[in-house]
Design a binder for this molecule. Structure first.
Ligand code: PLP
Length: 361
């Protein structure tokens, strides 16, 4: 079997060009006689890799000079603790609960101070983004926290919340680099890269410099202080070197494809093919309110759990893999990240049409 169309939510599909390049360089990276996996993170070759990765990311996202870019470990989940440990100076933070990841972050923050859920869409199984135009933001809130794209439920903020002047912190794991962003609107943007950027093991944190201080909660481990990593340019200890190298290649791939504005256009085109079909299908239907639909994660159902299972199985046999919905939601979910080619979505829709014809009542 050759390569499949992989609709996994994460770890997820990577650009084939990047994988091929990495394969070519596996045994001998640019005349060093070794793989990037075998190289000192203090070597000249790796220094160039991490510096280029950072500068390419800065260019792609138009990151201002007063923001640091950190390549860290511990996944997006460790940020659920690092954010309160580093930012909860007043011991108060407001959370908007739009799904499981936001909820996990909220629960973790409760260990460190007063974390307040100022809005939630749990009443309708997180199928929408709550109105965030006039939230009861606490006067003392150190930050307002969102999960910008909800990987499991398939929703995305189309406008950022009005934080009433408070620092906005966003988990962008599943929409990282899928479209242009105005970094200046955030205090912290972070994401695990295994959804839309690279291999698991790297989390990228983009943080405004004034938020990086020694004034962290008592007992915060050295490894959990942003200052440790900012001062050491992400080389305080051994970083996830191979993962950073692959991320760097993905950044170059994105630049070659025209950057984030071009990716947005491509992603909109791809998502439209699938959503248009879901809107007209008599068998399949999307589970999210139209205005909050994600471009990256598209959940859908037939309304019959057995038929869902039959579809997932038949799709896998036809080369469309990892379409099963999250275990907490059921149904199906197609994750159509940057590296999913438009042909993958077109062929999936053709397959769904055929399945629908064969299963008409
Ligand atoms: C996958 C995911 C996480 C968890 O990421 P880990 O790197 O496994 O900790 C957190 N937030 C969002 C939005 C995700 O999609």
């Amino acid at each position: 079997m050759g390569r499949v169309y992989n609709f996994s939510a994460g770890p997820a599909v990577l650009p084939e060009e990047v994988l091929k390049e990495a394969a070519e360089e596996m045994l001998d990276y640019q005349g060093t006689g070794m793989s990037v996996m075998e190289m000192s993170h203090r070597s000249k070759a790796f220094e160039t890799i991490i510096q280029e990765a950072e500068s390419d990311l800065r260019e792609l996202m138009n990151i201002p000079d007063n923001y640091k870019v950190l390549f860290l470990q511990g996944g997006a989940s460790l940020q659920f603790s690092m954010i309160p440990q580093n930012l909860m100076k007043n011991g108060v933070a407001d959370y908007i609960i739009t799904g499981q990841w936001a909820k996990k972050a909220f629960k973790e923050a409760q260990k460190y101070g007063k974390a307040v859920a100022v809005a939630s869409s749990e009443d309708k199984t997180f199928s929408y983004i709550p109105d965030c135009s006039d939230l009861p933001i606490d006067d003392d809130a150190d930050y307002v926290y969102i999960c910008e794209n909800n990987t499991i439920y398939g929703t995305k903020y189309k406008t950022l919340p009005d934080t009433k002047g408070k620092t906005l912190v966003a988990d962008v794991s599943s929409c990282f680099l899928s479209e242009p962003v105005d970094v200046t609107k955030y205090g912290v943007i972070y994401g695990g890269v295994q959804k839309n950027v690279g291999p698991a093991g790297v989390v990228i944190v983009i943080i405004r410099e004034d938020l990086i201080t020694e004034d962290v909660l008592p007992g915060t481990p050295t490894m959990c202080q942003y200052k440790t990593h900012a001062d050491a340019k992400s080389l305080y200890n051994t970083p996830p070197a191979y993962g950073i190298y692959i991320c760097g290649k993905v950044f170059k791939w994105l630049k070659k494809r025209g950057g984030l504005a071009a990716m947005k256009e491509y992603n909109e085109k791809k998502a439209k093919i699938l959503y248009d079909f879901l809107d007209e299908s008599k068998l399949f239907k999307g589970t999210v309110v139209k205005e909050d639909r994600s471009l990256m994660n598209v959940p859908f159902v037939t309304g019959d759990a057995d038929l869902d299972a039959e579809f997932v199985k038949a799709a896998a046999a036809a080369g469309f893999v990892n379409l099963k919905g999250h275990r907490t939601v059921g149904g199906m979910r197609a994750s159509i990240y940057n590296a999913m080619p438009i042909e993958g979505v077109e062929k999936l829709v053709a397959f769904m049409k055929k399945f629908e014809e064969e299963h008409q009542a």
